[in-house]
Design a protein around this ligand. Structure first.
Ligand code: NAP
Length: 292
């Protein structure tokens, strides 16, 4: 039977460490990390996500500023709001809750965030940085997966990794981050022919497709590490991942549950990125004053 990786427990112990990092930073440099969260419109799920992020910040001592705007806001107005936050020294992280209304140019909005405050890691600079190994912030969900693997001392170097799902926020950055750790990585997506032909080769299988029951035991190598990023609500209200947990647990060496696996790590990595940003801010040299 696979060992179940308890993401909720890891998230909780990391959050205790973060609370200590925040108070140390405040004592040492008089700085409290600050996160601005922008929520546009009335989407109920987005409002819940934002509320969870704000609560998680408060619990570790991060100051969070929730900025809600009407659905009718224009791209220009949102960009102006972000620019004012970019120059606010008390804000170390800026997050725009997605999705944005259709009339808003999401790319222009995300690119307006200073890469030094882009704690979600969605700015092109940070995405490009993942490719060349110079990113300022890693996107939270794949970063959380890396922390889960580290916490169990699961080696990545030289391993065959298969990532199922190729989205910009999970699958692609996940593949890049594991490649940076010297894994051999394959990425599969909805048009992959014969998915099982790839997944069966994986020493580490990361699944982020949003399809319940996509991965069944026959598709998994005995002893593989299986990380289930998927979050799906079934018609009976149950929340499940993309992996047949019962069946695959009997074959894998490690597996993450849903809920309680990757999910709690995503918001935790947002806290990590915000604190790291504030810590970095204190290390920057003071601006040199112009000669009179
Ligand atoms: P997304 O943008 O919809 O992307 C899904 C990806 O999976 C796409 O690349 C798609 O392929 C691929 N895919 C879809 N059906 C497939 C199939 N049958 N076989 C192989 N690949 C398939 O979703 P996302 O934002 O990456 O999220 C993926 C899942 O992770 C969702 O369940 C989401 O709720 C969950 N999630 C969880 C967390 C967390 O904190 N745990 C965070 C973010 C997302 P194409 O590119 O060809 O369309």
């Amino acid at each position: 039977m696979a060992k179940v990786i308890d993401g909720a427990a890891l998230a909780s112990s990391l959050r205790q460490e973060y609370a200590q990092r925040v108070s140390a930073l405040t004592r040492r440099a008089g700085i409290r990390p600050g996160l601005a969260v922008i929520l546009v419109g009335e989407d109920a799920a987005s409002a819940v996500y934002v509320r969870n992020k704000v609560r998680a910040c408060e619990a570790v001592g991060i100051r969070s500023v929730r900025l809600t705007r009407e659905t009718s806001i224009s791209t220009g107005e949102l960009v102006a709001l972000i620019e004012s936050l970019n120059s606010d020294p008390e804000i170390h992280g800026i997050l725009v809750q997605l999705p944005l209304p259709k009339h808003v140019d999401m790319t222009a909005v995300l690119e307006a965030i200073s890469p030094e405050k882009d704690v979600d890691g969605f700015h092109l600079y940070n995405v490009g940085g993942l490719v060349v190994g110079k990113t300022v912030f890693s996107p939270c969900t794949p970063y959380g997966v890396c922390k889960l693997l580290e916490s169990e001392h699961i080696p990545v170097e030289g391993q065959n990794v298969v990532v199922v799902g190729a989205s910009n926020i999970v699958g692609k950055p996940m593949a890049l981050m594991l490649m940076a750790k010297d894994a051999t990585v394959a990425i599969c997506h909805a048009k992959t022919r014969d998915l099982a032909q790839f997944t069966i080769l994986a020493d580490i299988l990361v699944v982020a497709a949003g399809v319940p029951g996509l991965i069944v035991p026959q598709m998994v190598k005995t002893g593989a590490v299986v990380i289930d990023v998927g979050i799906n609500r079934l018609s009976d209200g149950r929340i499940v991942g993309d992996v047949d947990f019962e069946g695959v647990s009997k074959k894998a060496s490690y597996i993450t549950p849903v809920p309680g696996g990757v999910g709690p790590m995503t918001v935790t990595m947002l806290l990590e990125n915000t604190i790291a940003s504030a810590e970095r801010h204190t290390r920057q040299p003071a601006p040199v004053s112009e000669p009179a």
